[in-house]
Design a binder for this molecule. Structure first.
Ligand SMILES: [Zn+2]
Length: 692
């Protein structure tokens, strides 16, 4: 990586011209706790020396990220010459947190003080962000006094390298940016059905076979008829990859130099199709390509998992090992004699408890090896392992429940922190998995709730953005989805709520996007953001507004929006079906509603919008029927539309409206899915207008 150096020399970008000193002070992300500008400027050069009292490993770590030859050890820092940066490790006059720092930029010197080298490193990142580049490569920094420390200890980013593999160079590049914005945890999702990504010496088939597949693009591989197969490494056209243990050590060194902890995730008991294709004896069926879940009744499963974790623990020094634990299909366990025997022997009353049994065993194993267990919130089902930490992704409920029962939680709710969701109007974006999480939404999150006790609030360990990669085949697109939303996560994790202001943050993010572009990243062009769906911005007036709706078929309880008032409340949905405005109907339970206008009414049009979001199986309807009636019994059809549902395009809106002139009291609107794809139908409002 060319731009790996984090110290001013290389990180201050010549093309980043922030303008006036006042604006410079506003360019720091995450926003510091206290910040005050004084008079004058300090001139920073690539060769500006760094004097520090750090020694040993800490000194070496500092040198690793600095311009070569600029770092000098000095016992008595008061002897440092003018025009230098002083990095002083001290207990006096510095914030409590080892990541906190005091920074004083004066015209003749930059002084960074902290009680730990992490704080000095973060102080330097702030210095880098304060600089205004000059044409000669130097930088002017306005004299400033800053006191800063993080709100949360855990400020994370999760990278999915299974669905599409990312090289170690790519991972390093993202760690550079993470460090600049003071993120300190990289959670790597190393294993999943789409490919195993870490060398395990004891099980070579994991990387010689389960890391490779015939199709490069996940979508092609996943939806292809007889797809979802693996192939031997070296097969012509094979797509995939993995990190050797040597690669992992290299990544860990790189992370340590940047004060980032890498947390490995080894998925269990579900999302393990790839393992069970290579080692089918570990599944309930005993056959490849049949199961995604390990057989918990089989003792060999535990032998395998413990052997894998032993190698993982030997490599990764992190306090936590993530064991996944999400989205298990527990049905095969119900039919498996071994799993049933296990339940009998252990007195487990259902398959939830069977999953919990497996997680407990893994926790005991990890604890015995001096590590802690981290898992997705499903690990709470059937009873949470005693020392486990919960990563709450299905909303916040799991995390809240965890802290209420005395467990640590990392908050990572999908509707705020899933960076694989659309960040702007989907019609203007490359295909994503669905959802709509604009920068403002991510930024608005606060993991601490008003009704938490101080003890509960203290158990909120921090926040993390998750970037799954099913729909993200390329590196460029991965960065596009990652930035600038990751910067909002950084500020949520670091800055106090009293310091947060979205309009101000957005301006700083625009500057950061320029910096990212200038340094070879591919961020979303925030300045071109389209924003919310226009229809969703204000209520619509129409003849059916507030009129009673009879559901001839029920809506789905998980996507009920405003219930039976939803389709006539005048409120239109935004870009995602999960915004509480779109109402959902699942395949057999088609949309079929009758609206009573109260009296015979002159009608000029009847219409509704439908959404397609192919990733989560939301499809445009196969058939729409619009009809009217005087008595609510006998309907006459006004319009019928048919369509063949398809996975393409990935995202779309379609409006089906009848227009003409009629008089009626009752309006009936029907829409159903196609037989082949099934899936969901979503609509937000049945709009009835008078004749023009
Ligand atoms: Zn089984």
């Amino acid at each position: 990586m060319k731009n790996s150096t984090l110290i001013p020399g290389l990180m201050l970008c010549a093309s980043l011209c922030v303008g006036s000193p006042l604006l410079q002070a506003q360019s720091v992300i995450p926003i510091p706790l206290k910040m005050e500008q004084t008079a004058g400027t300090f001139l920073l050069k690539k060769t500006t020396p760094l004097y520090t009292n750090l020694q040993g490993e800490e000194l070496e770590r500092l040198k690793a990220t600095a311009e070569p030859g600029t770092v000098k050890h000095l016992k008595n820092l008061s002897k440092a010459p003018a025009g230098c940066i002083v990095l002083e490790k001290t207990e006096t006059g510095v914030p409590q947190s080892p990541e906190g720092y005091a920074l004083n930029v004066s015209p003749d010197k930059v002084l960074v003080q902290s009680r730990a080298d992490a704080g000095l490193f973060y102080g330097l990142q702030t210095v880098c962000q304060l600089g205004e580049a000059k044409p000669d490569g130097s930088s002017a920094i306005a004299a400033t006094q800053i006191t800063d420390e993080p709100r949360f200890q855990y400020r994370g980013f999760m990278m999915d390298v299974s669905r599409h593999f990312r090289t170690k160079e790519f991972v390093k590049k993202q760690m550079d940016a993470m460090a600049r914005f003071k993120l300190n945890r990289l959670h790597i999702h190393l294993t999943d059905g789409a490919g195993w990504r870490i060398e395990i010496k004891k099980y070579p088939q994991l990387t010689q076979f389960a890391a490779w597949r015939p199709d490069a693009v996940w979508k092609d591989w996943w939806f292809k008829e007889n797809g979802r197969k693996y192939c031997e490494e070296g097969t012509p056209g094979a797509y995939g990859g993995y990190y050797t243990q040597e690669d992992i050590r290299e990544l860990l060194d790189y992370a340590a130099d940047r004060h980032i902890t890498i947390i490995p995730e080894i998925e269990m008991p579900a999302h393990s199709e790839e393992v069970l294709a290579a080692y089918p004896e570990l599944s309930c069926s005993g056959e490849p390509y049949k199961n995604a879940e390990f057989c918990i009744g089989n003792e060999q499963t535990f032998e395998f998992l413990e052997n894998v974790l032993t190698e993982v623990i030997d490599l990764f020094p992190s306090e936590y090992i993530h064991i996944g634990g999400d989205e298990a299909n527990k049905n095969p366990w119900k039919a498996c004699p071994k799993c049933q025997q296990r339940m009998k022997d252990e007195g487990l009353k259902d398959v939830d408890e069977l999953q919990s049994y497996a997680i407990h065993r893994m926790e005991v194993f990890l604890n015995e090896h001096g590590r802690k267990l981290l898992g997705w919130d499903e690990i709470m089902e059937g009873g949470l392992a005693p020392n486990a930490t919960v990563m709450s992704w299905r909303g916040e409920e799991g995390g809240l429940k965890a802290v209420r029962s005395g467990h640590r939680a990392v908050m990572t709710p999908a509707e705020f922190f899933y960076l694989d969701y659309y960040q702007d109007a989907p019609i203007s974006q490359p295909e994503a998995i669905g959802g709509y999480v604009p920068l403002e939404k991510t930024y608005s999150y606060d993991p601490v709730k008003a009704d938490m006790t101080p003890e509960e609030a203290a158990l909120v360990y921090g926040v993390q953005a998750n970037q799954w990669a099913e729909y993200i085949p390329t590196d460029e697109y991965y960065e596009y989805m990652m930035y600038p939303r990751l910067l909002a996560v950084a500020e949520v994790g670091w800055s106090q709520p009293s310091r947060k202001d979205f309009a101000d943050f957005r301006n700083r993010a625009l500057t950061a996007v320029e910096w990212l572009n200038a340094h070879g990243y591919h961020p979303f062009p925030l300045k071109d953001e389209v924003g919310h769906r226009p229809e969703s911005r204000e209520p619509i007036q129409h003849l059916a507004l507030g009129k009673p709706v009879t559901y001839n078929a029920p809506f789905n309880e998980s996507y009920k929006a405003a219930g039976d008032k939803s389709l006539t409340d005048g409120i239109r949905g935004d870009w995602t079906y999960s915004d509480g405005r779109w109402q959902g109907f699942i395949s057999r339970n088609r949309l079929d509603v009758t609206i009573d206008l109260g009296e015979a009414t002159e009608i000029g049009s009847i219409g509704a919008d439908f959404m397609q979001a192919a990733g989560p199986e939301v499809f445009l309807p196969a058939e729409v029927i619009i009809s009217v009636s005087d008595d609510g019994q006998n309907f006459s059809e006004l319009k019928r539309v048919t369509h063949t549902p398809s996975r393409e395009p990935g995202f779309a809106f379609v409006n089906h409206t009848w227009t003409g002139k009629t008089t009626a009291r009752y309006v009936r609107y029907q829409a159903r899915s196609g037989k082949e794809l099934g899936g969901w139908i979503f609509t937000d409002e049945i709009v009835v207008l008078p004749p023009q």
